[in-house]
Design a protein. Sequence first.
Length: 146
Amino acid sequence: MNKTEMRDVILEAKKAKGMTWEEISEAAGLSPEYVVSACLGMNHLDKEYADPMVAALGLDDSVSVVLQEFPNKKWDQLVPTDPLIYRLYEIVGVYGETIKEIIHEKFGDGIMSAIDYSMDIDKEENPAGDRVVITLNGKFLKYKSW
């Protein structure tokens, strides 16, 4: 089984069991954002998190083994075509330079880590239409001179 096959098996089991990502992540003991990323093949889970999650989905150990493998983080499209993913791409395209300028002004020359990092996705109810709240929280890594 490879990561793509693992993803399909997990999505089928999720649907068959009628489980939410929140329920699946509770079984793993990790955040929904990270668990979904691992289930979709873009991150891995250590055995201590993979085994209980796989058990909750009623899947066999072969799925846990693949979940524990380190991923090859790549995607096939340069510009995503899914409307929701494209909007995030558009936000970075329009506001990326702005984000970079403000980060450099506040922190100096460096980058935000995508390793020492967390993400939270929340729903904010609003009478004018519910809002999506995405929080990206990464350690600042200063470039060093040598």
